[in-house]
Design a protein around this ligand. Structure first.
Ligand SMILES: [Zn+2]
Length: 272
């Protein structure tokens, strides 16, 4: 069995990610809800062997980069022109595959990932969708989901901001989340600007984040066709489960261990 690392803690790139140029001040009516992109909803559906969200009505010429809106939109949020690619999915003996794959379609554990266009900043942000590759980049590298810089880390661990009902207890050991961590500045900004997060959230430090599986659509083989069929069920499947080869991955998820509640004082200092 393939060894699963305790956590992919390596900041997997050389660090510096391309940042969009700073834009001018965004008029209020242009501003997005500004929550962290916390939705776990995935594109795609259950129809036959194709992703149901096939590109439609996309003009040949995409609009110019909306750099002002890009600056205030979470890095992992998918944009209007970042549609899932309609790629046939076939069922093989041990799992699903694209009819024609390239080396970037699978992660290092051999799991197939959802194919999605890259057009960040073009059109409007779609806050209901997460871009699979950018989410994977942030979770795998422990980068801030909002700005793609390094997530904040101190002796108590990496900073995480999670949805929570007001007054609910701190997340339990082993909490499962597909939300990448955050930096202090983005945590403060998200809490300040997002009403649901203002009402309730969990701000925690995590010493042992364990990136341990994927979330995505589960497929099954059919006897009548070489194509696999989407079951309509999106599930969290650990890399140690052979069924992970039947999932079209949309997000990496982590289990959080050695959790300590974080104080808001440091965020207040950041926002001041
Ligand atoms: Zn950030």
């Amino acid at each position: 069995m393939q060894q699963i690392p305790r956590a992919f803690r390596g900041r997997n790139s050389s660090g510096a990610l391309p940042q969009e140029p700073s834009g001018s001040v965004v008029p209020p009516e242009e501003r997005p809800p500004s929550c962290l992109s916390l939705s776990g909803r995935q594109p795609g559906g259950t129809a036959a062997y194709l992703l149901s969200s096939q590109p439609k009505d996309i003009p040949l010429t995409a609009p110019a980069l909306n750099s002002a809106l890009t600056d205030v939109t979470p890095y992992i949020t998918a944009w209007e022109y970042e549609r899932p690619n309609a790629v046939p999915i076939v069922g093989k003996r041990l799992g699903i595959a694209y009819l024609r794959e390239n080396p970037y379609d699978r992660d290092s554990f051999g799991v197939l990932w959802s194919s999605c266009g890259l057009a960040r900043g073009q059109g409007r942000p779609d806050y209901g969708r997460v871009h699979p590759q950018r989410q994977r980049q942030c979770m795998g590298g422990l980068l801030c989901q909002r700005c793609a810089g390094p997530a904040d880390e101190n002796e108590q661990g990496v900073l995480w901001l999670l949805d929570a009902e007001p007054g609910s207890p701190s997340p339990a050991e082993g909490e499962v989340t597909a939300h990448p961590p955050v930096c202090r500045g983005c945590a403060a900004e998200a809490i300040r600007r997002c009403p649901p997060l203002r009402r309730g959230h969990a701000l925690i430090r995590v010493k042992e984040p364990e990136v341990s599986g994927v979330h995505g659509m589960l497929y099954r083989p059919t006897r009548l066709s070489t194509y696999a069929v989407a079951t309509g069920r999106k599930e969290f499947i650990p890399y140690t489960d052979p069924m992970v080869r039947w999932v079209l991955a949309g997000q990496l998820y982590a289990r959080l261990f050695d959790i300590t509640p974080a104080t808001h004082d440091e965020l207040i200092r950041e926002a001041a």
